[in-house]
Write a protein that binds this ligand. Structure first.
Ligand code: PAF
Length: 266
């Protein structure tokens, strides 16, 4: 692949692939890249009471999807290859990883940073693609890539959504049919809050209204609904630069996250 001269792209995934992952492969191919996709359900980014064992694994369907999408190579290491018994290193990112999912899921972003660094070292891509759905994850990856002088271009790809607005996620498979209907409240509540803030509405009031709407629909707990600076992920109470509305909440046993860009109406 390297001899051909086209840039090598990496699309890291945990499998259970959907249209959102295909969009990452498409984005890489549209830049003329040869695309390596990794599938690895990374144990170090799951907390002790999280869904590591239940996480959907469907490698045969994933392979068929990647072939159809035109990926060139699949890298699917096993746990012993990634974390041999004497493995003792963790990459901990400060600042941008500390709030939100970093607070709700202690150790999660160290697990992500460590495995993504290993995948980078193994595949040695020129460029790597990540979904904007995991907006804080993308910010954490941009941070350690800059801090550690890793010479890989990081591209964020917009979230893919179902027709009713729900962001595509491998975890949507956990939702019962009733929960799947209720789940659309999350993008709707965020959309309304983003529009209100964009019109110049009070940020705290918009966040409170979105939180109340989620609670009414049955989301519990609601980990956060916040307006943040798009680069630092620090909370903001006014719209005076690129901002993102972010949220995480549980519906039944399924934790859903979503985010939207917020722009002032002109
Ligand atoms: O976004 C994911 O699927 C995972 O967090 C990643 C980036 C593949 C690391 O395990």
């Amino acid at each position: 692949m390297r001899i051909s001269g086209a840039p090598v792209a990496l699309v890291p995934t945990m499998g259970a692939l959907h249209r959102g992952h295909v969009a990452l492969v498409d984005a890489a191919r549209s830049r003329g890249c040869q695309v390596v996709v990794s599938i690895f359900v990374n144990p170090t980014q799951f907390g002790p009471n999280e869904d590591l064992d239940a996480y959907p694994r469907r490698e045969a369907a994933d392979v068929a999807m990647l072939e159809a999408a035109g990926a060139a190579l699949l890298w699917a290491p096993d746990v012993a290859t990634m974390y041999p018994q004497d493995f003792a290193t963790s990459i901990s990112v400060g600042g941008v990883s500390e709030r939100w999912d970093g607070a709700a899921r202690p150790g999660h972003f160290a697990g992500v940073a460590t495995v993504v660094t290993k995948l980078f070292q193994q595949v040695k891509p020129d460029i790597a693609f990540f979904g904007e759905k995991d907006f804080q994850q993308l910010a954490v990856i941009r941070r350690f890539v800059a801090d550690l002088d890793i010479d890989i271009e990081i591209i964020g790809v917009p979230t893919q959504r179902d027709d009713d607005g729900l962001a595509l996620s491998s975890r949507n498979a956990y939702l019962s049919p009733e929960e799947r209907v209720t789940a659309r409240t999350l993008p709707r509540a965020l959309g309304e809050a983003a529009a209100a803030i964009g019109r110049g509405g009070d940020v705290a009031a918009a966040l409170a209204a979105a939180t109340a709407r989620l609670a009414e629909a049955g989301f519990d707990p609601i980990d956060y609904v916040a307006l943040v600076d798009a680069a630092t992920l620090e909370p903001v109470d006014r719209l005076d630069g690129p901002a993102r509305l972010i949220a995480a909440a549980k519906l039944g046993g399924t934790r859903l996250i979503d985010n939207l860009a917020v722009e002032p109406d002109l």
